[in-house]
Design a protein around this ligand. Structure first.
Ligand code: ADP
Ligand code: UDP
Length: 235
């Protein structure tokens, strides 16, 4: 499978057409951004880790009954994926208070939530991905009721699978962001699942093993990504 015309260059990935209209190739970069693109940097080796980790996690989720866009890993940084129409919602699931949740509600980071939460942001960089609820999504025609129900079901299913999986390698899944798309009328999981899009804390030391090390200038950013990668045991 070959890369044809570049369709899009995002903050973390480039997206290419292929000879198959149903298949795209994503190419993961080492570029890192935070605070809606205001902070920019490079995390050496991140593209390789995020590509391989995302594929590994997506194949795990497929086995557990969550349909995903994964077609085939093509190289260290490149993967063939099903071309979807992205539902313009960032779907965020939280198990432990952190980030914007902690700030907004005045709760200390690290407080275990009594049950997982789910929230939506409207995927719009110019607006800074504002927080919306399912009524807004319906009213704006971003998704149908059936799609929102399915997205919600899959998001909690992803959470259940990943909580267990990460605990097995000594990592607590604090929160994460996922995206879904429409593929021939079906809702499937798309985009990526990586330390860029999840908060991952060491179970014992609570050390942050994710992009917060970059966002907050905590140092050892590359090492944190490598640590997660090694614990996953990906070749
Ligand atoms: P951003 O657009 O936020 O800068 P990226 O650099 O990760 O993000 O770019 C990847 C883009 O490709 C994102 O906009 C994402 O929604 C989109 N995308 C992810 N998976 C698919 C897919 N299977 N089909 C079509 N678009 C996808
Ligand atoms: N997240 C993401 N992309 C975004 C916003 C958030 O991947 O554009 C992830 C983030 O890494 C974290 C979760 O979603 O795992 C919740 O992020 P939060 O709302 O706390 O925002 P942040 O503190 O990152 O601004």
């Amino acid at each position: 499978m070959d890369k044809l015309e570049q369709l899009y260059e995002g903050k973390a990935k480039k997206v290419f057409k292929t000879e198959d209209p149903d298949v795209l190739i994503v190419d993961y970069k080492d570029d890192a951004t935070a605070f809606n693109g205001e902070k920019k940097g490079t995390i050496v080796g991140k593209g390789v880790i995020n590509n391989k980790m995302s594929n590994y996690v997506m194949s795990l989720l497929e086995k557990e009954g969550v349909p995903t866009h994964l077609v085939k890993e093509l190289s260290d940084r490149e993967t063939a994926v099903k071309k979807v129409e992205i539902v313009p919602l960032e779907v965020i699931v939280r198990n432990v208070s952190a980030g914007s949740f902690a700030k907004k509600l005045g709760i200390e980071e690290g407080r275990k939530l009594l049950c997982p939460t789910l929230e939506f942001s409207y995927k719009d960089d110019a607006l800074g991905d504002p927080f919306i609820n399912s009524y807004y999504a319906l009213a704006l025609g971003l998704a149908t009721k059936e799609e929102i129900d399915l997205i919600t079901k899959y998001a909690f299913q992803v959470n259940d699978v990943l909580i267990k999986y990460f605990l097995g390698i000594g990592i607590e899944l604090i929160d994460f962001k996922i995206e879904f798309g429409r593929y021939h009328g079906q809702i499937i999981l798309a985009d990526e699942i990586s330390p860029d899009t999840c908060r991952l804390w060491d179970v014992t030391t609570h050390e942050k093993l994710d992009k917060d090390r970059f966002r907050r200038d905590l140092g050892n950013v590359e090492d944190a990504y490598k640590e997660v990668f090694h614990r996953l045991g990906i070749k």
